[in-house]
Write a protein that binds this ligand. Structure first.
Ligand SMILES: C[S@@+](CC[C@H](N)C(=O)[O-])C[C@H]1O[C@@H](n2cnc3c(N)ncnc32)[C@H](O)[C@@H]1O
Length: 206
């Protein structure tokens, strides 16, 4: 398992098996809520699996970023009309525009606190008062309570060098200096495997 998920084919297969597409559709329709001609930025887009849902009802302008060159090469070929960047996104990442919607799913739990703050600085530099910021990640505390957490962690995170799981309170502690957290939602069993997600809908404190 160590490196297999670094390959787009196996990553996508695994995502299909756990039912992650169902969650990405829900995340899009109920939280990201794309609208006609909106400028969207996704942090940690991997192979771009959410794009079919984002573009299902509206014309969108999408930019995705991921550290993995393999994922970005795959996404660029499959979704050629959109823009992809391959870099470790942080405060030094400078783009020429602001976005209407900035979102990420499962990214903060791969970044230590300092890197998370750097990601927040990127968001700050590329948003305005109306930008919708959607942060979705594992709700660690409750996932532990489910009891199969160790199994999930072994399978899903075996290919990651670092994982920084956080509780709701730990997320909020990091986020509160940057964001107005307008709504927090916990989703039980978003996948076919026992799991719990937390979604923050925010705007930037300017
Ligand atoms: C758990 S995956 C989720 C991928 C995708 N959002 C999805 O839901 O299918 C997290 C992704 O974030 C990327 N990532 C983590 N930290 C990053 C950073 N600082 N800059 C860019 N990409 C990052 C990883 O390479 C990985 O592909």
């Amino acid at each position: 398992m160590q490196n297999i998920l670094n390959y787009p084919f196996f990553y996508n297969l695994y995502q299909k098996l756990i039912g992650s597409n169902k969650y990405l559709e829900k995340l899009t329709n109920e939280f990201i809520k794309p609208y006609e001609n909106c400028e969207i930025f996704e942090i940690g887009c991997a192979t771009g699996n959410i794009i079919p849902y984002l573009q299902a009802h509206h014309k969108i302008h999408y930019t995705g970023d991921d550290i993995s060159a393999k994922y970005i090469i795959f996404a660029t070929k499959k979704y050629y009309k959109y823009t992809f960047l391959c870099q470790f996104l942080d405060h030094e990442t400078k783009l020429r525009k602001n976005f209407d919607i900035i979102f990420m799913d499962g990214v903060l739990s791969e970044n230590n606190d300092k890197c998370v703050i750097n990601i927040f600085d990127f968001i700050k530099n590329h948003s305005n008062e109306t930008t919708r910021i959607i942060i979705s990640d594992t709700n660690y505390k409750n996932a532990q309570k489910i009891g199969v957490w160790d199994v999930i962690k072994k399978i899903y995170y075996s290919h990651k060098k670092n994982s920084y799981m956080r509780t709701k309170e730990e997320f909020i502690l990091l986020m509160e200096k940057y964001f107005n957290i307008e709504k927090t939602t916990i989703i039980n069993n978003p996948y076919y495997i026992p799991y719990e997600k937390i979604i923050f809908e925010c705007t930037m404190i300017k």
